[in-house]
Design a protein around this ligand. Structure first.
Ligand code: AP5
Length: 231
């Protein structure tokens, strides 16, 4: 039976997508969450929603994100703690862009324990930085449903319009070339140490994220099936 056709059980844990900006975390995390019927939790999307709604939190984080820096742990942790309290998270969830610092990872470990969930498993998206610039500057995202496109290799049928719901496609302000370098720097300095943190716990697997979207999806699926102990 092809991996995609196997019946899907409950996830009952958190899966974390860890990788540099543009490595494909959002593209893959959404699909995996859909397969398991669990929420896809992107801290970047949550923060952008706050900015769009003009909340006090949104006003605080907007300039930080536009500079390509990480938002302070205390703000992100509050959002996550509230979000995973909700009933739709009881059978697990897929994190995209969280945790991003060792402090966030430690806090998450405690939260999961409190909620009776197993320790998380990390999908580490491995990719060279040369490919990332093209992926990020070419990305367009649907303003309505969040579908992710790329003008170079995954264009919509009509320029600027989402194939799914006709929503307007937007270019994220932090995908401008001059903001990509500070984002990559923040990843190397603050987030990359999480790779050894989770590897030491035996809870991380490397995925070659430079392959096509379909090939990466296949690798992830095989990895997740192994973790869950499926045949
Ligand atoms: P966030 O929104 O999390 O951005 P990111 O981590 O920089 O990651 P991206 O969304 O840019 O990339 P991705 O890996 O999801 O790639 P995607 O699938 O879209 O964070 C934004 C900001 O919010 C941060 O800078 C920070 O300020 C703040 N923030 C968020 N979380 C935080 C936290 N926990 N703590 C502190 N601050 C936080 O793909 C990219 C493009 O490539 C797309 O066009 C796609 O179509 C294409 N693509 C994907 N896969 C492939 C493939 N295999 N082959 C070819 N093209 C591909």
């Amino acid at each position: 039976m092809a991996p995609q056709e196997r019946p899907i059980g409950k996830l009952e844990r958190a899966i974390i997508f860890l990788g540099p900006p543009g490595s494909g975390k959002g593209t893959q995390a959404k699909e995996l969450a859909k397969k398991f019927g669990v929420p896809h939790l992107s801290t970047g999307d949550m923060l952008r929603e706050q900015i769009a709604a003009g909340t006090p939190l949104g006003l605080k984080v907007k300039p930080i994100m536009e500079r390509g820096e990480l938002v302070p742990d205390s703000l992100v942790l509050r959002i996550i703690a509230e979000r995973i309290e909700r009933v739709d998270c009881f059978h697990g969830f897929v994190f995209d862009g969280f945790p991003r610092t060792v402090t966030q990872a430690r806090y998450l470990g405690e939260l999961l324990k409190q909620h009776g969930l197993k320790q998380p498993f990390v999908i580490h998206m491995v990719i060279g930085t040369a490919i990332l610039m093209r992926r990020l500057t070419g990305r367009r995202v649907c303003s309505k449903c969040g579908e992710i496109y790329n003008i170079y290799n995954r264009p919509p049928k009509l320029p600027g319009i989402c194939d799914i719901d006709g929503g307007e496609l937007i270019h994220r302000p932090d995908d401008r070339e001059e903001v990509v370098a500070p984002r990559l720097h923040a990843y190397e300095k603050q987030t990359a140490p999480l790779v050894s943190y989770y590897r030491r716990l035996g809870a991380l697997e490397d995925i070659d994220a430079s392959k096509s979207i379909e090939e990466v999806q296949q690798q992830i699926w095989q990895c997740v099936m192994r973790i869950l102990g499926a045949p």
